[in-house]
Ligand binder design. Structure first.
Ligand SMILES: Nc1nc2c(ncn2[C@@H]2O[C@H](COP(=O)(O)OP(=O)(O)O)[C@@H](O)[C@H]2O)c(=O)[nH]1
Ligand SMILES: [Mg+2]
Length: 447
């Protein structure tokens, strides 16, 4: 096969000046084979500057998917915060504290803002922290996250895949609700976040921040950050590589964990209804930045970094899962000499290895079968021999018995003959003696 020629030409376009008839277009003339990429000027408007618009239109048409996992003890305000974040009511029902284990419940909603559709899935950890033994609380969560990765991987590995219409349920962000104790993280918090930090983007938040005083809150935040870094827990960092958001994201990274307040109640402030919590001593406004970090969280989670979280989920967390799973299946990018191998080579190698193993197993089983048959044959032969000798003995016993019986019969027959002979003899003697007696009687009568 002839090796393919690689032609790389880079043509750059600034906003097109009016075409100058004296300069001939260079596009297509300058060709570099396997050389460096060159910048070229376009001498007229081509139109690929509409690519971003095309992308936007397509994305808007398809709609977006975003999946949030809320982890936190029952009653920490997870459902209320979700209602507050999306400014709606998801109509969730309160869960009891009596569940024997942690269960994950997902609900999917279709939301629309202007012409942008969002398929939002909120996954709740029902019963989290309610068991006496909390050691295994994270297991159900890890399993759930992996199960979503697995179903995406299975779709991806199908021959006929429909990823465009596939409902991607991979978790894009995990909001970890920290109890506002002021005493730092609980061991369940650290353990759970540590188990999840390679699987999902974690944003820790301090729940019900209105129950903790301002000075305590600052110390609490510092303590949490310290404990997270001491335990090597990697939480999600808002990206600073996009210059449009570098500054705001860098600043927001220093505010994590956000201390939030949620509410389903509204209070009139001026001529506007504001989400607030009312107390005898005053009102906490959810969207007031001097009252809590709710606005910061909404800004970071929904308005600035939603796409980054979707991307990181796919490029980092899913990629890691996929790598592990493919390696488990026996695929690799390099051979034993560290030389690159293609997926096909790797697959064929795995297949031939598998076939070899199968053949070996089949041979082993066949050999085992032959051995078993041989053993059984020997056993049967032994049993047959036994039976034969038993039969011979029985035959011998029988003929011996028969012989004895014959002898007995013979003796008995002789005895009978003797008996009969003697019987006749006695009968004769009796007859003779009775006739003699009659004779004697007769003689005496005559006298
Ligand atoms: N003080 C305070 N109470 C809250 C806050 N958010 C929710 N709550 C209350 O806490 C209770 C449980 O809230 P819910 O959202 O059902 O908790 P979930 O079990 O974590 O979903 C409800 O009575 C809420 O009104 C908050 O930010 N501050
Ligand atoms: Mg709830």
């Amino acid at each position: 096969m002839a090796s393919a020629e690689v032609e790389r030409v880079r043509v750059s376009s600034t906003k097109p000046p009016l075409p100058d008839p004296s300069t001939k277009p260079v596009v297509g003339k300058v060709r570099q084979v396997d050389g460096p990429i060159r910048n070229l000027k376009l001498s007229g408007h081509v139109g690929f500057d509409s690519l971003p618009d095309q992308l936007v239109n397509k994305s808007v048409q398809n709609g977006f998917i975003f999946n949030i996992l809320c982890i936190g003890e029952t009653g920490l305000g997870k459902s209320t915060l979700m209602d507050s974040l999306f400014n709606t009511s998801f109509e969730s029902s309160a869960s009891p504290h009596s569940l024997p284990s942690v269960k994950l419940k997902a609900h999917t909603y279709e939301l629309q803002e202007s012409n942008v559709r969002l398929k939002l899935t909120i996954v709740d950890t029902v019963g989290y922290g309610d068991q006496i033994n909390k050691e295994d609380s994270f297991k159900a969560i890890v399993d759930y996250i992996d199960a979503q990765f697995e179903s995406y991987l299975q779709e991806e590995l199908k021959i006929k895949r429909s990823l465009a219409t596939f409902h991607d349920t991979r978790i894009h962000v995990c909001l970890y609700f920290i109890c506002p104790t002021g005493h730092g993280l609980k061991s369940i918090d650290l353990m759970c976040m540590k188990k999840l930090d390679t699987k999902v983007n974690i944003i820790p938040i301090i729940a019900k921040a209105d129950t903790i005083s301002k000075t305590e809150l600052q110390k609490f935040k510092e303590k949490i950050v310290h404990e997270l870094s001491n335990n090597g827990v990697q939480i999600y960092q808002f990206p600073v590589d996009d210059e449009n958001v570098t500054e705001v994201n860098a600043q927001m990274n220093s505010h994590v964990p956000f201390a939030v307040v949620g509410s389903t109640d509204f209070v009139r402030v001026g001529n506007k209804m504001m989400r607030s919590r009312q107390y005898p001593w005053g009102t906490v406004q959810v969207e007031n930045e001097s009252h809590c970090d709710f606005v910061k969280l909404r800004e970071m989670l929904i308005r600035t970094n939603m796409e980054d979280m979707r991307e990181k989920t796919h490029m980092r967390h899913y990629e890691l899962y996929r790598k592990k799973r493919l390696e488990q299946m026996g695929f690799t990018d390099v051979d034993s000499d560290n030389k690159p191998v293609s997926f096909q080579q790797s697959f064929e190698q795995k297949r031939s290895h598998h076939l070899q193993e199968l053949q070996q197993k089949e041979d082993e089983m066949r050999q085992m079968f032959v051995n078993r048959v041989k053993e059984k044959e020997l056993e049967l032969k032994d049993e047959e021999k036994d039976l034969h000798s038993k039969f011979d003995k029985l035959k011998k016993d029988h003929s011996e018995e028969k012989r004895k019986l014959d002898e007995l019969r013979k003796t008995m027959e002789e005895d009978i003959i003797e008996f009969n002979r003697r019987k006749t003899q006695i009968a004769q003697q009796q007859a003779l003696s009775s006739s003699h007696h009659t004779l004697t009687l007769g003689k005496s009568k005559k006298k």
